[in-house]
Design a binder for this molecule. Structure first.
Ligand SMILES: *Cc1c(COP(=O)(O)O)cnc(C)c1O
Length: 358
C-alpha cells in the first residue's frame, strides 16, 4: 500500500490515523456487531456517536450555548439558498462581499430571494485580495462573506466587524484551520469535504435568535427550524460522514486543538510561499496579507511546462496539483491533514523542476 501526498482542493486529504481507525471499526463498531453504516440513526449506538461528534466540534470551536450546530446535507451550495430563504426573506436587503468564484455563486442564489447589495468587491483586481473597510447597509438582514476563496486562494485573516448586523460566513475551506470567535457570527456554514471529513455532510452553526423568523416560512427541508427542532434527525442524516467527522474532531483534539493546528498551517504555508517568492519561475498573484493558508494557486513561468510539471509531481508521489479550470496553473491545497513533510516534499520537487527547466 502506498499513500501519496494529496493536495486536492476537495474532497481533501484525511488524517491517516482516522482512516486506519475507520478501517479497524468497519465491520464491527465497538462490539456492536455492525458497521456504523448499518446502524439505525435513532439507535443508542449512533446517537452516542452523533452526540460525541457535536460535543467535540463545540469544544474545538468553543461554540457558545446560544448557538445550534446542525448536521445537514446538500453541501455549501444548498446553503447559498437556505441562508437567504431563512434570513433574507421578509427583510429589505442583504449585503454580500464579492471575492471570487464562491462568493459569486452565493450572490446569485441570494438574488433569487431578495435584494442584494454588493457592498465590497475585489473584482477590480481579479479577486486577488480581501476587501476591507466596508460597512453594512442600514436595515440589511446580514452581511455574507467567503472566509477563504478556495479557487482564488484569498483568505480573510481577521473576522470583519459588522456591528449589530449578523455576519454570515461560508467557511467551507478554512473551518477548523485556526481558532475563531464564533460569537462574532450569526451563521457559519461549511461543506465537510475540505477540512472536516467526507463529502455529504454540511455543518451549519447558527445563533438561536436567527432560527424560525423567515417570512414567508421556507419549505420544510429548507427551514433551519425543522433541523434545529429535530436535532438534525428530521430525516436520515449522513451517518457515516458524521462518524468520520467525529474521528477527525478527536484527532484535532489530540493534536492540541485549533491553536496548535494554526501554527502548523502557518508553517506549511510559509514553506511554500517563501519559496514562491524567492524565484521568478513560479508566481502567486495574491496580495501578501490576504494569502490563503489552505489553498495556494501558482503558475509556472511558461504554461507549456504545466503538463510536465504535473506528470513529474505524480511520479514523485504527489496528487491533484492541477489548478482549477477557471484559473489554470497549479494549486496546492494544504488542509489540516496535509503534513509539513508533504509541503516540504512539494517544494523540493518544485526546486528540482526549476533547475531542470528554468
Ligand atoms: C467547495 C466550496 C463550496 C461548495 O461546496 P459543495 O459542498 O460542493 O456544495 C462552497 N464554498 C466554498 C468556499 C468552497 O470551497
Amino acid at each position: 500500500m502506498t499513500r501519496l501526498f494529496n493536495f486536492s482542493a476537495g474532497p481533501g486529504v484525511l488524517p491517516e490515523t482516522v482512516l486506519q481507525q475507520a478501517a479497524a471499526e468497519m465491520l464491527d463498531w465497538h462490539g456492536s456487531g455492525q458497521s456504523v453504516m448499518e446502524m439505525s440513526h435513532r439507535g443508542k449506538e449512533f446517537i452516542s456517536i452523533a452526540e460525541q461528534t457535536e460535543a467535540d466540534l463545540r469544544e474545538l470551536l468553543a461554540v457558545p450555548s446560544n448557538y445550534k450546530v446542525l448536521f445537514l446535507q446538500g453541501g455549501a451550495t444548498l446553503q447559498f439558498e437556505m441562508v437567504p430563504q431563512n434570513l433574507l426573506a421578509g427583510h429589505p436587503s442583504a449585503d454580500y462581499i464579492h471575492t471570487g468564484e464562491w462568493a459569486k455563486k452565493a450572490i446569485k442564489e441570494a438574488k433569487a430571494v431578495g435584494k442584494v447589495n454588493i457592498i465590497a468587491s475585489s473584482e477590480d483586481r481579479k479577486f486577488t485580495y480581501a476587501p476591507k473597510g466596508w460597512t453594512p447597509t442600514p436595515g440589511a438582514a446580514y452581511v455574507h462573506y467567503t472566509a477563504n476563496e478556495t479557487i482564488g486562494g484569498v483568505e480573510f485573516h481577521q473576522t470583519p466587524d459588522t456591528g449589530d448586523t449578523p455576519l454570515v460566513c461560508d467557511m467551507s475551506s478554512n473551518i477548523l484551520s485556526k481558532p475563531i470567535d464564533v460569537s462574532k457570527y450569526g451563521l457559519i456554514y461549511a461543506g465537510a469535504q475540505k477540512n472536516i471529513g467526507p463529502a455529504g455532510l454540511t455543518i451549519v452553526i447558527i445563533r438561536d435568535d436567527l432560527i424560525g423568523k423567515a417570512n414567508p416560512t421556507p419549505s420544510t427541508m429548507m427551514n433551519y427550524k425543522t433541523h434545529a427542532d429535530a436535532d438534525s434527525m428530521h430525516n436520515t442524516p449522513p451517518t457515516y460522514a458524521i462518524y468520520i467527522a467525529g474521528l477527525v474532531f478527536q484527532w484535532l483534539k489530540a493534536k492540541g486543538g485549533l491553536a496548535a493546528m494554526e501554527q502548523v498551517n502557518i508553517a506549511k504555508a510559509n514553506t511554500l510561499y517563501s519559496y514562491l517568492d524567492s524565484t521568478a519561475f513560479y508566481n502567486n498573484p495574491v496580495e501578501k496579507a490576504d494569502r490563503s493558508l489552505m489553498n495556494i494557486p501558482f503558475t509556472l513561468k511558461d504554461e507549456a511546462l504545466d503538463e510536465a510539471f504535473l506528470a513529474g509531481a505524480k511520479k514523485a508521489g504527489m496528487l491533484q496539483l492541477k489548478g482549477h479550470r477557471s484559473v489554470g496553473g497549479m494549486r496546492a491545497s494544504m488542509y489540516n491533514a496535509m503534513s509539513l513533510e508533504g509541503v516540504q516534499h512539494l517544494v523540493n520537487y518544485m526546486r528540482e523542476f526549476e533547475k531542470q527547466h528554468g
